[in-house]
Each structure stands twice: as C-alpha cells, then as structure tokens.
Design a binder for this molecule. Structure first.
Ligand SMILES: NC(=O)c1ccc[n+]([C@@H]2O[C@H](COP(=O)([O-])OP(=O)(O)OC[C@H]3O[C@@H](n4cnc5c(N)ncnc54)[C@H](OP(=O)(O)O)[C@@H]3O)[C@@H](O)[C@H]2O)c1
Length: 313
C-alpha cells in the first residue's frame, strides 16, 4: 500500500493483537499507519497505545466492550468521527482480532447472546456494518479464523471439538442446561466457522476495492484465550509456547500486520484463508452458499433485534 492510511484493530491489549499493533507501529514512517485501537478500557489499552506512540505512530484509543452491542455501535461512531474530522488518515484496513472462549455457554451478553458467538462474531459483524461505508479503497478487512472449525487428527488428540453448525439464531442462544465438557470448544469452533461463512458473504456486499480475508495465526498455546480453563491446563499451555516451532503472538503478529498492509497480499479477496503466511484451501465445509446467505440474514435479525440499528450486515 502506498499510503497505509489508518488501520482499526480490535483486541489490541494483549498477545496477537498487541504484537500486531507493535509490528505496525514499528514500520518505517512512510509505511506506518495511523491506528485506532478498539479494546476494553483500562491500563492494558493505555499501555499498548503508549508503546505504539513511542514508536512514532498516531494512535487513538477507542474503549469498547465487544460483548455489548451498544458499546460496539458507539465505538463505530467514534471511529467515524475521527475519520470524518481528519484526526486520522483514511481508513484502509480493519482487523477483527478480538476473540474469547467463554467457559460456560449459558453465559449471556447484555444483549442476551451466547458470549463466544457474540464477541468473536456478532460484535465484529456490527462494527463492520457500521463502518463499511467509511473505507477508502483499496482497503482490506481481515477477520480472525481458527482451524478448529473442522476436525483432524491433531485436534482430536488435543480434544478440540470441531464446529457443529446450526441455524445462527440457535448458535446465538445461550445454553439453558448444564453444558457438556466440550460445549465451549464447540461454541468457539462454530463462531470461527461463522467467521468464514461471513467473510465469503461480506465480500459479496462490500464496496468495490474493499477486500476480505481470513487469517489463522497458527496454534499459539498459552495466550489468554485459555484464561477460563483450569490452572494446570494454562500452565501446560505456557510450557508448550516455548516448544521450538510453535506459533507465538510475537511471530504471528507481524504476519497479521503484513496481511493488512503489504502489497504482496493486495490481490487477496473473497475470504481467502491465510494460515500464517500461506494461502490455504479451506476444508469444503467452510464454503456453503446457502449457509452464508442464511447467516447474513440471521445476523441482520440478531443485530436489529437487540440494537435497533438501521445498519445491517
Ligand atoms: N491462540 C491461538 O492459538 C489462536 C489460534 C487461532 C486463532 N486465534 C484467534 O486469534 C485472535 C487473538 O487470540 P489471542 O490468542 O491473542 O487471544 P487473547 O490472548 O485472549 O487476546 C484476546 C483479545 O481479545 C480481547 N477481547 C476479548 N473479549 C473482549 C471484549 N468483550 N471486548 C473487547 N475486547 C475483548 C482481549 O481483551 P482484554 O485484554 O480486555 O481481555 C484481548 O485483547 C482471536 O480471535 C483468536 O480466536 C487464536
């Protein structure tokens, strides 16, 4: 990209998001974007913003709890104001990085939705719906996927359940009975399969020159994604993070920054699935025109129902 403009990123406060922010801020001045950091208010957000400013970047913090759609809409409005007043350069990229695995699928957001589905998927669908008209082409939307959406031998060994797709309105509904041991993993895989379907459909609705891709950072054990799991499992995760060759936020963050900014990836669109720095062929279940259409329609219902927003995904 000649002028990198502005990049908005969610979940900048730790691990993959934080290292992506720092990688962008570390770029030479003419390739360094302005940064809009959308994250939960607090010292972590202030700290990463300060680190990026120290490296020379123009940075705005936008406090937002993505579990609350009213907050998401307010964050989008703040971003629009900053862009509209020229406080930052034109919007050239949005990185929908924030993610969570809620350990109890009965837990509901203030809007009444299952938390994993709401934060990983719905919040980003709302944010993007509210900002889709704000991009200046050429622009990129990078969503965060995860290979957990389908089963393979490694994930079976690690007891990571694949997606079990259902109508999106049902996926958004919190469980009402005590969930099984695999329910939170299944909810996470469903949310990440939703991201893939959404990416394909989003490209059909995006303005010309706004390209949609999905990034898979590789398995990064020991990040806060597993913060709700029992302490021994978290300790094993932190130990595995030191195994040579295992992905880490330090290594994958710059790759995510590159996908959002580098000329090398300018041709990618249609929800191209990039695993670290390789374009991968997704499993056949990740492409389904009817599910993609239904997800788009159901998302509009879910966002309208709770947010009374005029925007639709
Ligand atoms: N770790 C892996 O192996 C792996 C593999 C494939 C894909 N991914 C994906 O990569 C992305 C980053 O993962 P990570 O491992 O870096 O996770 P992480 O360490 O848990 O960081 C997640 C980020 O999301 C933010 N977030 C969570 N809930 C939020 C909310 N309600 N409102 C605002 N921000 C919220 C967190 O903010 P706080 O600091 O406020 O909590 C944090 O900045 C996720 O989308 C994840 O699904 C990870």
């Amino acid at each position: 990209m000649t002028d990198p403009g502005t990049v908005l990123i969610t979940g900048p406060t730790r691990n993959l998001g934080r290292h992506t922010v720092l990688a962008m801020a570390d770029r030479p001045r003419d390739r360094r974007p302005d940064l809009l950091l959308v994250g939960r208010a607090g010292s972590d957000l202030t700290a990463v913003a300060a680190e990026a400013r120290d490296r020379g970047a123009t940075v705005h913090e936008i406090p937002c709890d993505l579990a609350n759609l009213a907050d998401v809409r307010a964050a989008a409005a703040t971003a629009r104001d900053l862009l509209g007043t020229g406080a930052v350069r034109p919007l050239h990229a949005l990185i929908a990085n924030a993610g969570i695995i809620s350990t109890d699928t009965r837990r509901a957001t203030p809007d009444g939705y299952e938390t994993t589905f709401a934060v990983n998927y719905l919040a980003h669908a709302q944010l993007i719906a509210d900002l889709l008209g704000e991009f200046t082409a050429p622009a990129r939307i990078v969503l965060l996927g995860s290979n957990t959406y389908h089963a393979n031998v490694w994930r079976k060994l690690l007891h990571v359940p694949p997606a079990a797709w259902a109508d999106p309105v049902d996926l958004a509904r919190p469980a009402t009975t005590a969930p099984s041991a695999t329910a939170s993993g299944t909810a996470y895989s469903n949310a990440k399969l939703a991201v893939l379907y959404y990416a394909h459909e989003l490209q059909r609705h995006a303005p010309d020159g706004v390209n949609v891709t999905v990034f898979e950072p590789g398995w990064m054990p020991g990040t806060a994604l597993s913060r709700g799991t029992p302490k021994p499992a978290q300790m094993i995760g932190r130990a595995l993070a030191r195994v040579p060759g295992v992905s880490t936020p330090q290594r994958s963050g710059p790759l995510l920054a590159a996908l959002a900014l580098d000329d090398r990836w300018a041709h990618l669109r249609d929800g191209a699935f990039v695993v670290k720095s390789v374009v991968a062929e997704p499993h056949p279940i990740a492409t389904d025109r009817e599910r993609e259409r239904r997800l788009w329609e159901a998302t509009a219902e879910l966002l309208r129902h709770r947010s009374h927003s005029p925007s639709s995904p």
